[in-house]
Unconditional design. Structure first.
Length: 117
């Protein structure tokens, strides 16, 4: 529905036409858009809000040659085999795997298990 509508105006918080929404939503307000629906011949006011925030690493945090620590349980044999195939090494002192980031870059299961720095 919104894809078919044309955006007439894109406003940032604090601009004329956003004051009531800034009072209502505060810092969670990112932008206000006025859209026009040609089929129904109506103008819509839409808002974009921040509804959640959590810490995340920026994309590209690791280079291909960086060695990363990956946590995989002993019982997860398929993931352990993937690490071995990628050239990963088990570190018994730390009880985790060390592998070159570039070797696991396409494997989302392994990337999600990288131990943060």
């Amino acid at each position: 529905m919104l894809k078919e509508m044309k955006t007439q105006t894109h406003l940032k918080p604090g601009q004329k036409g956003t004051k009531q929404l800034v009072e209502k939503h505060g810092d969670a307000l990112l932008c206000v858009r006025y859209r026009y629906d040609e089929k129904r011949e109506v103008r819509l006011k839409t808002v974009e809000l921040i509804v959640a925030e959590k810490a995340a690493k920026p994309a590209g945090h690791y280079r291909d040659d960086d060695t990363v620590a990956v946590i995989v349980a002993y019982t997860e044999t398929a993931l352990r085999d993937s690490l071995k195939t990628a050239g990963g090494r088990w570190c018994p002192e730390e009880k985790l795997w060390r592998v070159r980031y570039g070797a696991i870059m396409g494997d989302t299961d392994l990337i999600s298990r990288i131990l943060p720095d």
